[in-house]
Design a protein around this ligand. Structure first.
Ligand SMILES: Cc1cc2nc3c(=O)[nH]c(=O)nc-3n(C[C@H](O)[C@H](O)[C@H](O)COP(=O)(O)OP(=O)(O)OC[C@H]3O[C@@H](n4cnc5c(N)ncnc54)[C@H](O)[C@@H]3O)c2cc1C
Length: 473
């Protein structure tokens, strides 16, 4: 290691690794320090239950990863990353045994909503889909780390997406489209009537039509391993088992980039109350299952989908979100996101078996056990599910926060996705990646564009760093 590094990154999650790669490929010397014994943060794979069952403890489906402008500009396929597509990106089953689907095809998606909503859905997504790559780059670079390439489309997207999702959903007449769309918004745990929640649903839908919601062959760890291998080829170094508690723990560097929560950064760098106004959102209760076979969904479409959303209707989803985020209690009928990677990647489990995960939202720091409520919900849409369970690994807010310090109180988004904080985080600032210390930056999902495995927070923060480093003598 040189006596003075250009940059030190704290945390080897997707954003930390992306920031490190972006700097290394521009010729800067970089070292990464990670608290855990392996890289990955929220993109990792472990045998959590039984031998041969390879679970993704955190992220599993990657609409934002495959659509990420940062990842797409890197040769990650050469380092082992392969996206595998399920037949359907996502299905949302109903209690009558049918399902609405989010397909690669806009037509198939629209048809699953029924005749009255097919047209409105096409008219909503098709104009944006035609310009998706530019829109994704412009949207993920907000607040303006780069000039928008297509400001007109970005403004139109803002008009559609900045109002609450409940406004946008008024154009749908039937419950099928509304329920699927509510579920998309709920992926980032935002209440449906919140500012800019329409944009969340739109981004997930457009991402599906543009490039799908794939899983990574072998598990999400392969995303992190590919980033790490690329970084090492570029001359960067990675140090695991190294929890950073103070700035003094780190070697001398011209810039320090933190892939941590704002709270941890304030403690480590001595920023006092600088991030005091930053709010954390609800937590999740997650279960990883080893199953004796595929999930017995009643709706055939759900058996073909990588991701399956569980929530009877819009009212039920809204009630679940409100319970966890506003009423301080666990929902009776949790809204759930479930992923069955084996639909696209059978190698995750021994022959004939499956790995499967499900999580529901609970209040931040909640200490109860949601297992029964989760499995009651699953039995509604997949009767006989419980009979297939070979083993389960449960993790509530406390366990999630132990696994990864960024999940404060079990908030897997590292900050509430509500109000203006959905777009401007961790401070109300046009320079979210900078901090009170001129050499210290933050790049975690507590910064725009927020949660998800896409590396764009790391990319944007790295851009702020390389611009400064190049100006210095
Ligand atoms: C249950 C669950 C399911 C999810 N599902 C999906 C999904 O399907 N698709 C998707 O796109 N996203 C999903 N996500 C979200 C996604 O995982 C995160 O948004 C993403 O990982 C954030 O990346 P990051 O780099 O900002 O932080 P993280 O991935 O959280 O990485 C931060 C890293 O910093 C390390 N660190 C923290 N403090 C220190 C310290 N003091 N010293 C050294 N190292 C430190 C941590 O150990 C960690 O490795 C899910 C998350 C969870 C928990």
């Amino acid at each position: 290691m040189p006596s003075m590094l250009d940059a030190v990154v704290v945390g080897a999650g997707p954003n930390g690794l992306t920031a490190a790669v972006e700097l290394a490929r521009r010729g800067f010397s970089v070292a990464v320090f990670e608290a855990r014994d392996s890289v990955g943060g929220g993109a990792r794979t472990e045998e959590l239950t039984l031998p041969g069952f390879r679970h993704d403890p955190c992220s599993a489906a990657h609409p934002l990863g495959i659509n990420s402008p940062a990842f797409r500009a890197m040769p990650l396929d050469r380092y082992g990353l392969e996206w595998l597509h399920p037949d359907l990106p996502m299905a949302h089953p109903f209690t009558d045994g049918t399902a609405a689907v989010l397909s690669r095809s806009v037509a198939e998606t629209a048809a699953s909503f029924g005749p009255r909503d097919a047209g409105p859905y096409r008219r909503l997504v098709e104009p944006f889909l035609a310009k998706w790559d530019t829109l994704a780059r412009d949207f993920m670079s907000l607040p303006l780390t780069a000039l928008p390439r297509d400001p007109v489309t970005l403004a139109r997207f803002g008009l559609a997406g900045l109002p609450p999702a409940t406004w946008l959903m008024r154009r749908f007449k039937d419950e099928r489209a509304r329920t699927l769309f509510s579920g998309l918004v709920a992926h980032v745990m935002a209440p449906l009537d919140g500012f800019a929640t329409g944009a969340i649903g739109l981004v997930f839908a457009l991402a599906a039509h543009a490039r799908g919601w794939p899983v990574a062959r072998g598990g999400s760890q392969s995303i992190s391993d590919a980033l790490t291998a690329y970084l090492k080829d570029l001359g960067g170094t990675v140090h695991t088992d190294y929890e950073v508690k103070r700035l003094d723990d780190l070697p001398p560097a011209r810039a320090y980039i933190f892939d941590t929560s704002p709270t941890a950064l304030a403690r480590i760098a001595g920023f006092g109350n600088y991030y005091e106004g930053y709010r954390y959102g609800p937590g999740v209760f997650k279960i990883d299952y080893a199953l004796d076979g595929p999930v017995p969904w009643t709706a055939p479409e759900a058996r073909r989908a990588g991701t399956v959303q569980i929530g009877g209707n819009t009212a039920e989803i809204d009630a679940a979100l409100r319970a966890a985020s506003r009423e301080g209690r666990a929902p009776d009928k949790p809204f759930m996101i479930t992923v069955q990677p084996g639909v696209a990647d059978p190698g995750r489990a021994p022959e004939g078996k499956q790995v499967f995960w499900a999580y529901g939202h609970v209040p931040n720091g909640w200490t109860g056990d949601l297992t029964d409520a989760i499995e009651r919900q699953l039995e509604r849409f997949a009767p006989g599910f419980r009979d297939l369970v070979l083993a389960r690994a449960t993790a509530g807010p406390a366990e999630l926060a132990i696994r990864n310090a960024n999940y404060v109180g079990g908030d897997i988004g590292s900050g509430a996705a509500s109000g203006i904080q959905l777009l401007l985080r961790p401070k109300l600032s046009l320079f979210p990646y900078t901090t009170p210390h001129p050499a210290v930056y933050i790049c975690s999902s507590a910064t725009p564009p927020g949660p998800g495995v896409h590396g764009m927070s790391g990319h944007n923060a790295a851009k702020a760093v390389w611009r400064r480093l190049r100006q210095e003598p």
